[in-house]
Design a protein around this ligand. Sequence first.
Ligand SMILES: [Zn+2]
Ligand SMILES: [Zn+2]
Length: 284
Amino acid sequence: MNIRNLYRAYLTALILLLTQGTLGATVKLSDNLFILYGGGGKGANVGIIVSPSSLIVIDTMVSDSRDLLLKELSAISDKEVSLVLNTHDHFDHSGNNHYFSGKQVDIIRSIDFDGTSNKFIAFQGELVIKQNERIIKGYNVRSHSNSDILYHLPEDNAVFLGDIYTDEWYPSFFSGGIEGQVAAIEKALSLGDENTRYIPGHGKIASRDDLQRYSRLCVSWHDRIVALHKQGLSPSDMTKDQQLRKIRESFANEKTNRENFDRWFEKLVENTLNSHLSLSSSAH
Ligand SMILES: [Zn+2]
Ligand SMILES: [Zn+2]
C-alpha cells in the first residue's frame, strides 16, 4: 500500500470514528447564525447563516443525514439555500453537496477539493463572499487535508475551522505536517480575538485558549515522535514511551480506553512520522 492509499484508509477510519460522537441539536449563536451539531454518525457540525435573502450552509454532513439537515434548515427559515461552503472534501462534511448542486446551489471549495461538479466554484488563497450586506471570508490553509478552508464571519465574530482542530480526537495534520498545523491555527487566531467563537467540524465550540493549547500539544506530539525516530525507535516501540503517552492523553482522555486503542495509537504515530518524513524529503 503506498503512502497515499495508507492515508486514505486511515482517514476513512478516522472520519468514521469522528462521526460517532454524540448527536447534538441546532443551537442559535446569533439572529443570523446557527450550528447544527453533527456526531452520532450524522457527519460534521454544520453552520447555517441567515442572510437577508437566503440561507448559506457551511458543510453538508453525510449523505444519509439529508432529511435531518433539510428539516433543521426549514425550522430556521423558509428561505432557500443559495450557497454551500465546504471546509474540506471529506465525506462527513460534503455528503449532500450533490443534492444542493442538483438544486443549482453554488458550492465553494478549495481548488484541491477531490470531486467535481459544474456548480463548484474553486479558489486558492483568499475569497470574500458578499451576500447583500453580509460578508464571509474564506482562507485556504493546509493541515488536516489538501483542501482545508477557514471561514471567517466578522459580524458574528465566528470562525469555522473544519477539522484543523477538534476536542474529540488526536492530531490529524497529515496533509500539511506540523508546520501546516501551526500555520492553520495561527491563521485562525489572527482572524479573531478573546471573544471569538471557533467552531470545529466535530465537538464543542472552542475558544482562543483551546486553539493555542491544541497547537502546543500538536508540536509536543510531533517533536517527541521525531526525537524518538532519531533514536532509532519504530512506531510500535514509540507507543511504549511514557512521555508520548502523556501527550496523547492530554488531547482526548475519554477516547484512550477504547478497544484496540494500542493499534490506533501506533497508526497515529506512524501517520505523524510518515507525513513528517514525506514533507521533509519533498522540501529538499
Ligand atoms: Zn470531519
Ligand atoms: Zn476531515
